[in-house]
Every structure is written in C-alpha cells, then in structure tokens.
Design a protein around this ligand. Sequence first.
Ligand SMILES: [Fe+2]
Length: 306
Amino acid sequence: MNLVRQFDEQSITQAVIGRLAACDDPRFARIMTSLVSHLHDFVRDVTLTESEWSAAIQFLTDVGKTCTDKRQEFILLSDTLGVSVLVITLNHPADEGSVESTVLGPYYWQGAPELPRGSNLARGVKGEPAFYSGRVLSTDGRPLENALLDIWSGDGEGNYDMQIPGETAMKARGRIRTDAEGRYWFRSIRPTFYPVPTDGPVGRMLRKMGSHPYRPGHLHIIVSAPGHLPVTTHLFVAGSRYLDSDAVFGMKESLVAQFNRHPAGVGPDGVQLETPFYTVSYDFRLRPAAAAAPAGPEREQLATGS
Ligand SMILES: [Fe+2]
C-alpha cells in the first residue's frame, strides 16, 4: 500500500480531518472537522505569514495570561468578536415567548448574597438610586413563585466592584426571589455606559480595529425558576449612549427599559430620598423546560446543562 506521508497546502486539510477517523464522539468529530476546515481556509484565504501567525499565538498567550479569578479575557474576546451573542442567539430563539438572552459578560461573580425583596443592593455604591420591580411569569402567563433573580451591575460611574482598586467585597450584587404572585422588587442604582477593559490584549485589538470599547448602561440579571429554562439577560437603560453600537453586540430592543425619573422625595419603599431617583418596571417570561427541549441528544444536553 502506497501511504501518503507528505501534504501540500490543500491536502493537509483532509489529512488532519482524517486523524478523527477513530474518534468515538460524533459531535466532537463534527465540530473538529468544521473547525479544521475553516481554520485552514482562513490561513489560505489571507496567505498568513509566519510573523502574523507568531503574533496570533502571542496574542492568544497574552489573552490567557490576562485571565485571573476575577477577570476573564477570553470571554471578553468572545464578546467583542460577536461569538458570545451568536452562540446565545442560536440556542435561545427570540420568538418563543421567553425574555431574550444576552451576554453573561466578564464580571459575573458567583455566590452573591440572597437578600429579602426590597433590599438595597447598592449600599455604599456611587450612582443615582433606582427602584426595580416587576414579575417573573411562565410563557403562558402563570406567575412563578420562588423564581430567582441573580443581579449585578457596575456603579453609576461604570465601574464594577472587581475593577475598583482595594475593593474586595461584592457591591451592587444580590439575589432576590419572587413572592407567590411572581413579584420582585429591589433597589439599586441606574447603571451608566462604560468601556470594557482596554488595558489588555482585547483592548489592543479594539484599538487596532478602530472600534470603541463602550457598552450602553445596563443591569445584568440571570432569571431562573423551577421547571423553567434560566435566562441570562440585561435590562438596558433607555436613552443611554452606545445603545446603537454596543461593543459586545449584546443590545436587544426588547430588553430596553424605561427609567422614570422622580424628584427627591419619598421613594417606593417609603424612605425619604435627598436626591432624584428612578423607577423601572419589567416583567420576565421564562419557557417551561420540557417545552424547550426538542428531540435530539445535543439539544437535551443544552437544556439541562445551562
Ligand atoms: Fe456589564
């Protein structure tokens, strides 16, 4: 048998894909086959030079080295290349009655304290007060009791707690559960626009692209309820700068919320405020988990693994 041991710039692709012949995981084999095909096509398409290839390896090395337990530069890279939103959009179709999903972002911090409804999540946090309220419902309109809202945001100047030098405590974070009527309410601040971190390799990439790093003002929320698919989403501040050019492509019109401004006075919680404040109302709808899992092992894994 005449074995082919040497490959040219075309046959190399099939040779690499051929190494998957003994792979016993069809999904993994499919993903790797496509990845290798596109990667090789990309290299051929731009006729990648050795120095460009070396720069790419150095860039990815820098991305890895920039990650810490509080900073995830790979998520930021995925976000700014639109991959995060693309994956989310493929897996969470917008037309099924559920609140739309958007990016998790790099600032999620697991284990925020569970607080009573009405709590102020933003004690000691800079920013204009905002009172959030609404309901969590099933897509059939049924109120969902004991649904969990895992909430986080930056402060009124656009800084997340983990970005503030010397700040070791969680700020502007908390988890709130709904009551028997599916209602939630809490106090925080009105978030403002902010730049994604630009002091690392992703920042260098954005500058080279000539792209700005800003995200419009938003509050992050993961909404979950028993028997329903959880949704990772935002509430965007209506009228915020950069709503039309979100650096991570996460903006969705259905997630834009009106922040109604009120003069200083008694807030919805009965407490006197010395400054103007905002009220926001938004209902979240979740799909029942059973209805959301079409046949097929891949989709089942997605449904239970999130
Ligand atoms: Fe954010």
